[in-house]
Design a protein around this ligand. Structure first.
Ligand code: DGL
Length: 263
């Protein structure tokens, strides 16, 4: 019998930043990825709609033999975590908690910036999670609704002037408030790490994608597969996803990509 999979889902390409880290830290794991590209971005929808999408994604993944589910989407983790937990009979890993813990322990001056989708910011999930680890921390959040569409359009390379200007609009006010640590509270934003480092070299950047992969490695019994099986599913055009995935994943092959109907 085939070894079980780690199931990972997001609204689009953003969750691949989590897959990339899982592959780097746990190269022998089988992985199933679902990107609900027909409905991206989730972050501008109502909590009810986001929960409905999250449950569809979870049901799709649950048809496979899973050892864990990873909510590679801050928006879903902030809004629909309980609903996903209720549906799953395997361990569920989310992104908000691990990133909050890292940021709370990283900040020197106690001022933590969070950039995320509208839904994540409105949920205050990061404020609540950070408070658990650092009572004194001041959390300054900003919703960045323009970033996910730009990233899904492939505009995440360091030199992209449009995305650079948009980022400055969002981040300059946070820098004026003297944040020393910034949480990339949307898995898509991990793709902007180089650009942000280039703009603000002294800022400490915490990627929710990297933080969750480390937590998974510390918590799950790991597999020893010599030949791994990695499969990718999307709910919209395969070719668009493939192009972006290949630019981004580089050496990690993403050949097994299929389009599926959710719901
Ligand atoms: N990558 C997602 C997140 O972490 C979702 C972005 C979106 O679909 O709006 O929030």
């Amino acid at each position: 019998m085939k070894d079980s999979y780690i199931g990972v889902f997001d609204s689009g390409i953003g969750g691949l930043t989590v897959v990339k880290e899982i592959v780097r830290l746990m190269p022998n794991e089988n992985i199933i990825y679902l990107g609900d590209t027909a409905h991206v971005p989730y972050g501008t929808h109502s909590p009810e709609q986001i929960t409905e999408y999250a449950l569809q994604d979870t049901k799709f993944l649950s048809a496979f033999n899973l050892k864990a589910i990873v909510i590679a989407c801050n928006t879903v983790d902030s809004i629909a975590r309980e609903a996903v937990d209720e549906l799953c009979n395997v361990p569920v890993f989310g992104v908000v908690e691990p990133a909050s813990k890292v940021a709370a322990n990283t900040t020197k001056n106690g001022k933590i910036g969070v950039i995320a989708t509208n839904a994540t910011v409105n949920s205050r999930a990061y404020n609540k999670a950070i408070e658990k680890y650092n009572l004194k921390a001041e959390v300054i959040s900003v919703a960045c609704p323009l970033l996910v569409p730009l990233i899904e359009n492939g505009q995440f390379k360091k030199g992209d002037t449009v995305t650079r200007n948009v980022l400055k609009e969002y981040l300059d006010p946070l820098m004026k408030q003297e944040i020393d640590t910034l949480i990339l509270g949307c898995t898509h934003y991990t793709l902007l790490t180089e650009m942000i480092e280039d703009l603000y070299p002294n800022l400490m950047i915490v990627s929710s994608s990297i933080a969750v992969a480390k937590t998974i490695k510390a918590s799950l019994p790991l597999s020893g597969n010599e030949q791994v099986d990695r499969r990718y599913f999307v709910s919209n055009n395969v070719e668009d996803f493939k192009k972006l995935a290949q630019i981004f994943m580089g050496e990690v092959l993403t050949e097994n990509i299929e389009q599926v109907q959710l719901g």
